[in-house]
Design a protein around this ligand. Structure first.
Ligand SMILES: [Zn+2]
Length: 322
């Protein structure tokens, strides 16, 4: 499944003698990427990696003691004991020279979330060009990184924007779904193959079909949106949330009205977009859009707020103007 990412790593192999910053947009691939990079660097046989030598085997079984993964999430598998003094552990164990290998390989995920104490220590090691440590920093946006990291490391972007590759994988997995459904899922998830997997999963996809049917029978026929209150699960993340789907339909209808069809997300529902754009003026669509964005803005800013109140208030407002 991850051949595209492997290819990207392998094509940058010669850069791996430096410290590296990897920008990833799909962090669920992280385990595989970390393993592959480790094998590339420690394999004794092949230029890429052989997957059979002693070092490759140690990595496949998570037994190479010179590889460290510093994750800001204290509950990850390397530090699942909450009593451990995380910072002290890093300083005492990780930043010392290694005995058995040429270098220690340290993966640091989301360095911005580490304490200043540790960050400064890392910057010092980078500044001195310490040879016994190789750092691989993993982040989802290079722009947010410290200047020292940008100047001292080689930057590699691993994106998943190989659209045809993603389409082919999803088509194999969900061979009963049509092409437009697959494109829609990729556009809704900004081309994340992992998120598309979940969106297209039959249990989730059926929710979307139900949403679309209710949208037709309520919003398009009766200009009513109150049905959405029964569909929303307030704990669900954005891309599976009917309010988010509604927002994308309104946004797409505005694009459709402006003949701006290239960026439409709900490409599987063009007929609905056409009806919405015929039914409502540009002005009304913009007000609906504002109210939906306002809903997300308020609930994201105020964690303790009762989300259902805000939703009801905004939905009722929308109903009053359409
Ligand atoms: Zn090997």
């Amino acid at each position: 499944m991850y051949n595209f990412i492997n290819d990207k790593i392998i094509s940058n192999l010669d850069k791996f003698n430096k410290n590296i910053v990897l920008e990833l947009n799909d962090i669920l691939n992280l385990d595989i990427i970390i393993r592959n990079i480790s094998k590339i660097l420690f394999c004794t046989k092949d230029i890429k990696f052989c997957d059979s030598c002693c070092n490759c085997n140690l990595i496949n079984t998570d037994l190479n003691s010179n590889i460290f993964i510093i994750n800001n999430n204290i509950n990850n598998k390397y530090f699942n004991n909450s009593n451990i003094d995380y910072e002290k552990y890093i300083i005492d164990n990780i930043f010392l020279p290694t005995i058995n290998f040429k270098f220690k390989l340290i993966f640091i995920y989301n360095i911005n979330l580490l304490s200043n104490n540790i960050k400064n220590l890392i910057f010092k090691k980078l500044d001195k060009d310490v040879k016994y440590i190789k750092f691989i920093f993993i982040c989802n946006n290079i722009n947010n990184l410290n200047f020292i990291l940008k100047t001292k490391c080689y930057l590699i972007k691993i994106d998943n924007y190989n659209i045809n590759y993603n389409i082919n994988i999803l088509k194999k997995k969900y061979n009963k779904l049509n092409y437009k459904s697959i494109i829609t899922s990729l556009r809704l998830s900004n081309n994340s193959i992992i998120k598309s997997y979940f969106i297209l999963n039959p249990n989730n996809w059926i929710k979307r079909i139900k949403f679309i049917n209710l949208l037709k029978s309520n919003f398009l026929e009766k200009k009513s949106l109150i049905f959405i209150l029964n569909l929303v699960n307030f704990n669900e993340i954005e891309i599976y949330n009917p309010i988010f789907w509604l927002l994308t339909f309104i946004l797409d209808s505005i694009k459709y009205k402006n003949n701006f069809n290239i960026c439409i997300k709900n490409i599987d529902s063009i007929n609905i977009l056409k009806i919405i754009s015929d039914l409502f003026s540009y002005n009304i669509l913009n007000i609906i859009l504002d109210k939906l964005i306002e809903y997300f803005y308020i609930i994201n800013k105020n964690i303790n707020i009762d989300k259902s109140f805000i939703l009801i208030k905004n939905i009722l407002y929308i109903e009053s103007i359409i």
